[in-house]
Design a protein around this ligand. Sequence first.
Ligand SMILES: Nc1ncnc2c1ncn2[C@@H]1O[C@H](COP(=O)(O)OP(=O)(O)OP(=O)(O)O)[C@@H](O)[C@H]1O
Ligand SMILES: Cc1ncc(CO)c(N)n1
Length: 274
Amino acid sequence: MDVVMTIAGSDSGGGAGIQADLKTFQELKAFGTSVITALTAQNTMGVDGIFPTTPDFVAQQMNSVFQDFDVKALKTGMLFSAEIIETVAAILKEQDFQIVIDPVMIAKGGASLLQQEAVVALNTKLLPLATVLTPNIPEAEVISGVAIRKEEDIEIAAKIILEKGVQCVVMKGGHLEDLQQATDTVFFSDGTSFKMQSKRIQTKHTHGTGCTFSAAITAFLGKGYSLQEAIIAAKHFVQRAIAHPLNLGHGHGPTNHFAYQEHKETDEVLVYES
Ligand SMILES: Nc1ncnc2c1ncn2[C@@H]1O[C@H](COP(=O)(O)OP(=O)(O)OP(=O)(O)O)[C@@H](O)[C@H]1O
Ligand SMILES: Cc1ncc(CO)c(N)n1
């Protein structure tokens, strides 16, 4: 059994964060371990409160797992503060596995899940360790300093992000809402790139899409897929999870992790070189 890890915040509403990650790992038959950086009081309508863990206790959770398990791949999600980022980065520097960084900043309802002053630590300490970074458009803008208004800006921002030491960046197109398609563009440090395109589903139930996508990449990497295979397989996973909503909650409901096994016919992801 392949062991993977998520280092992220807890979402009491169960749709994002640690809960989305563990559900994704479970559906993909990877054994999930978890390091909790913060508790959030949250539901589909928004974040009501945040209670961060101390950096020392984040370190203790990581070390407990690493002493006992052979972790194949891990992801980070909500890291909240510069101190937690520095602690996580210092431990990961000593390890040798594939690292997926989902640079979570703002929840769909607008709550800040990363303190503003932590962006420097993210850029300088954590990004150089990343096998894959999965920013949405607003996150890519903050990390790169480039305002993304049109298609060409995505490539300009991606190049700046790769210069920070990231091996691969997936620029997620979920926030480009004028398009008919949900297109993500993947750039590698060797200069190659490809696009993944799927039908944009008209739905408000998109809480935790980014967490689910990055967790699926982690699970597939842990199971031995190549980087490109893992990213494409994860896009299939999240597409099915969005296409078959559970209709839970009164706001932006969660995605459906069961759909990957239950709706294998939902498979319209187009992949092409860009
Ligand atoms: N309405 C949609 N239909 C199909 N795919 C979508 C839709 N919205 C997002 N996606 C896909 O979901 C994945 C996650 O992208 P998104 O931009 O939503 O992440 P995110 O903003 O980080 O999510 P969150 O912060 O809510 O967890 C990407 O592959 C994106 O293309
Ligand atoms: C705990 C947590 N992590 C990430 C997100 C982003 O979806 C969220 N809303 N909550």
